[in-house]
Ligand binder design. Structure first.
Ligand SMILES: NC(=O)c1ccc[n+]([C@@H]2O[C@H](COP(=O)([O-])OP(=O)(O)OC[C@H]3O[C@@H](n4cnc5c(N)ncnc54)[C@H](O)[C@@H]3O)[C@@H](O)[C@H]2O)c1
Ligand SMILES: O=C(O)C[C@H](O)C(=O)O
Length: 354
């Protein structure tokens, strides 16, 4: 899944963002957002609201640091979801409709998305919902949009690397294109909290690398709050996090891959992007981006998000790794490199045949 700034796009799960002028913005779910929902119209009880609020707001980068950001009541961002009629797209649209930072929600799909839009539009939250069906309506769906989220794609099939598609169109901005790997972080947080009996909303595990099998590397030694793991626990948790997508695919027995948890993860990333656009100076998410942290051209790591997209790649997570993590990092590199090259080749083949 990818996110990007206005008129770009990518497949799988991507998010892009930008300025209103240039058609790019990005996203994220914010604590104060839910405080506001709770006090105004909540269908969530107080406890659920607090738990949700805590769980969608990534931890402040420095320990004991609390973000001072409060949702600007005038905040008003437009978000487009491309692939909005799909298994991820529908629940993602619902979650984004819940954000008080969003004034307009554009739902686009090559298939009919009118029903999804009509359904979601009945929720009494501020965002106005518009539907766009078919390629002819794509340009309109992107007009004036701040953040574009792309959960379009066929599960477990190759996808072109989004950057290649944007490069071909001359609109690639590496700071505004994000491969959404938030689901790996969400899973790592959940599995670690369960294993170590920690409060779910307190746990934050950085996950680096890529988003397939062994390229997913949870850095358990960097878990916040600080917690120790036996070698067996590290092995068991790492393998479970790496195989979590398959866990869902097998449980769904032929009915596709993760959709609901993915929508949750993407909504968190969208909300983080919107908060950063809105001036919150303390927004960090792990994301697969163009990177110079390793010798690979793209790499998922913690990223500081700002008004213009990637403000900084956080290298500190990659320092002081355990021997297990260092070896796993070296082992994943050739596989991730091959996967990047496959995505580029796939994108180039599509262009040639288009
Ligand atoms: N990054 C992640 O963590 C993550 C997690 C789960 C799934 N995924 C990926 O997300 C993608 C979508 O999964 P899903 O379960 O929602 O699939 P789905 O088949 O249920 O939905 C895909 C939707 O995209 C639409 N679509 C396809 N091509 C399009 C195009 N060119 N323009 C606009 N819309 C288009 C389809 O009509 C459909 O409505 C898959 O590629 C899957 O592998 C990524
Ligand atoms: O594993 C999949 O096929 C879907 C997705 O990438 C996931 O992590 O659940």
């Amino acid at each position: 899944m990818a996110a990007t700034s206005a008129a770009t796009f990518s497949a799988g799960s991507t998010v892009a963002f930008g300025t209103k002028k240039s058609l790019a913005t990005f996203s994220g779910l914010k604590a104060a957002t839910f405080v506001k929902c709770e006090s105004e119209s909540s269908f969530l009880g107080k406890e659920s609201s607090a738990a949700l609020r805590g769980s969608v707001v990534p931890q402040a980068q420095k320990s004991n640091q609390k973000s001072q950001y409060h949702v600007n009541p005038q905040a008003s961002y437009k978000v487009a979801i491309l692939g909005a009629a799909g298994g991820i797209g529908q629940p993602l649209a619902l979650l984004v409709k819940m954000s008080p930072l969003v004034s307009a929600l554009h739902l686009y799909d090559i298939g009919n998305v009118k029903g999804v839009a009509a359904d979601i539009s009945h929720c009494n939250t501020p965002a106005q919902v518009l539907d766009f069906t078919g390629a002819a309506e794509l340009p309109n769906s992107l007009k004036g949009v701040d953040v574009v989220v792309i959960p379009a794609g066929v599960p477990r099939k190759p996808v072109p690397i989004a950057a290649e598609v944007l490069k071909k169109k001359g609109v690639y901005d590496p700071k505004k294109l994000f491969g959404v790997t938030t689901l790996d972080v969400v899973r790592a947080n959940t599995f670690v909290a369960l294993k170590k009996n920690l409060k779910l909303i307190d746990v934050d595990v950085p996950v680096v690398g890529g988003h397939a099998g062994i390229t997913i590397l949870p850095l358990l030694s960097k878990t916040k709050p600080s917690v120790s793991f036996t070698d067996e626990e590290v092995q068991e948790l790492t393998v479970r996090i790496q195989n979590a997508g398959t866990e869902v695919v097998e449980a769904k027995a032929g009915a596709g891959s993760a959709t609901l948890s993915m929508a949750y993860a993407a909504a968190r990333f969208v909300e983080s992007s919107l908060r950063a656009l809105d001036g919150d100076a303390d927004v960090y998410e792990c994301s697969f981006v163009q990177s110079d942290l390793t010798e690979l051209p793209f790499f998922a790591s913690k990223v500081k998000l700002g008004r213009k997209g990637v403000e900084a790649l956080i290298s500190s997570d990659l320092q002081g790794l355990t021997t297990y993590e260092q070896e796993a990092l070296e082992t994943l590199k050739p596989e991730l490199k091959a996967s990047i090259e496959k995505g580029i080749a796939f994108a180039q083949k599509q262009t040639v045949s288009a």
